[in-house]
Ligand binder design. Structure first.
Ligand code: FAD
Length: 394
């Protein structure tokens, strides 16, 4: 039978950070993962360049049933701590925008950094290894796995959420939580594109598929994000849409201001005064692409020289462009979602140690918990911070 101090299930972002940190404290650490490669999501992340943290990471960048839960861990391992680690390994990086830090080269730089830290500290990683059962014992836990029996004092669940099953995501962490009497908050896909089925809207999205509109303000349920939106053949995507998807529930209306930086009533009045013979399509083609201007005008308004519009018609045009209201049919779901909202209820986990308040020695870190970050490097920062926090106590 294998024996270890700390057994971590899941060799993803949180699990690897926890493993390296706990091993550096002198704990014997074994990480098991059923996948054939560690950190598959790290490799896929940030379009291949891993947006590994955010300069402006704050607790209010996270959604959780208990918004205070993430504060303690985030304060003890900050974005600056991870940037320090990146610098120690000489990984070149840059700020893309909005504080988002990306690798200059490849996401694999971040995975290699974590694996190097694990190797240096002496944490063992076993891949292609499934865990079949877990039992609580007097001294800790006994697991049946592809390696046979494994006994440990501390058991860390770092199996992530449900998004992208092809990258190894499973509901295993939720299953373990349930086994040990933990409450689960309903899970749903977050940071995910919307699907549209309304025939007229769907045609608009399909026709404009691939077109992005910069800096739109997208709002829902009291939250707003100003970022790009992207039309797709299924509906809408792009950073602003992904962000708002985490706040959206089926049936909710999404509001899109396509031109938040322009005072549209004023702009339209000026155009009518100064360029009254120009058609609406022609003028809007200065703000959008020509194709988008044509499609918007054809589906929403009538096209004529601006001087022929009544003040009421101009008001309607301004309102429609600054508050386009739509009800998405749904989201693309876990197949393409970057994260899973909900999960292990944080009320039953210590925010300081990440240890279960029900079962001593059992820890939950990373995305399996009901803590979900905004788009922009926040989810990895949560993985690093929660992994690091638990590692101090395992
Ligand atoms: P994961 O990294 O998902 O790791 C979980 C591990 O557990 C996996 O290795 C998995 O194989 C293993 N596992 C699962 N089930 C079992 C089981 N039954 N037995 C054994 N092992 C198991 N966040 C950012 O901050 N920046 C980004 O740029 C970014 N880009 C992303 C791009 C994509 C396409 C996706 C899907 C997500 C992205 N995210 C990004 C989110 C980020 O990847 C996750 O929030 C983060 O990886 C969560 O870390 P974790 O360790 O909790 O889980």
């Amino acid at each position: 039978m294998l024996q270890t101090d700390v057994l971590i299930i899941g060799a993803g972002a949180a699990g690897l950070m926890c493993a390296a940190t706990a091993a550096a404290r002198g704990r014997r650490v074994l990480v098991l993962d059923h996948a054939n490669k560690a950190g598959k999501k790290i490799l896929m992340s940030g379009g291949g360049r891993c947006n590994f943290t955010n300069l402006y990471c704050e607790p209010n960048n996270f959604l959780s049933g208990n918004p205070h839960f993430c504060k303690s861990a985030l304060a003890r391992f900050t974005q600056w701590d991870f940037i320090g680690l990146v610098a120690k390994h000489g990984v070149p990086y840059h700020e893309k925008k909005l504080g988002q830090l990306f690798c200059d080269n490849k996401s694999s730089d971040i995975l290699e950094l974590l694996l190097a830290e694990c190797a240096e500290a002496g944490a063992q990683i076993r891949l292609d290894t499934a865990v079949h059962s877990i039992e609580k014992t007097a001294g800790g836990f006994l697991l049946q796995s592809d390696l046979g029996e494994v006994a440990c004092q501390s058991l860390v669940i770092a199996t992530g959420g449900l998004s992208i099953p092809t990258l190894g995501a499973t509901g295993f962490g939720y299953q373990v939580a349930r086994q040990f009497g933990h409450e689960l908050l309903p899970t749903r896909a977050g940071l995910v594109p919307f699907t549209i089925t309304d025939p007229q809207l769907k045609t608009l999205c399909t026709e404009l598929s691939g077109t992005s509109v910069e800096d739109c303000r997208v709002s829902c349920n009291g939250q707003s994000f100003v970022e790009n939106i992207l039309f797709t053949h299924r509906g809408l995507s792009g950073p602003a849409i992904l962000q708002i998807s985490s706040y959206w529930q089926p049936g909710d209306t999404v509001h899109i201001d396509l031109l938040p930086h322009i005072d549209l009533p004023e702009w339209l009045a000026t155009q009518q005064r100064e360029r009254g013979n120009s058609e609406l399509k022609t003028l809007l083609a200065e703000l959008f692409t020509k194709k988008m201007a044509t499609l918007l005008v054809d589906s929403w308004f009538s096209n004529k020289p601006l001087k022929q519009y009544t003040p009421g018609e101009l008001k309607t045009i301004a309102e429609r462009l600054s508050d386009w209201q739509l009800v998405p049919a749904g989201t693309e779901g876990y197949r393409t979602a970057e994260v899973t909202l909900g999960g292990v209820n944080t009320d039953e986990v210590s925010s300081k140690t990440l240890e279960s308040l029900k079962v001593p020695g059992l820890y939950f870190i990373g995305e399996v918990l009901d803590v979900t970050g905004h788009l922009g490097g926040f989810n990895f920062q949560w993985a690093w911070a929660s992994g690091y926090a638990a590692a101090q106590y395992v």
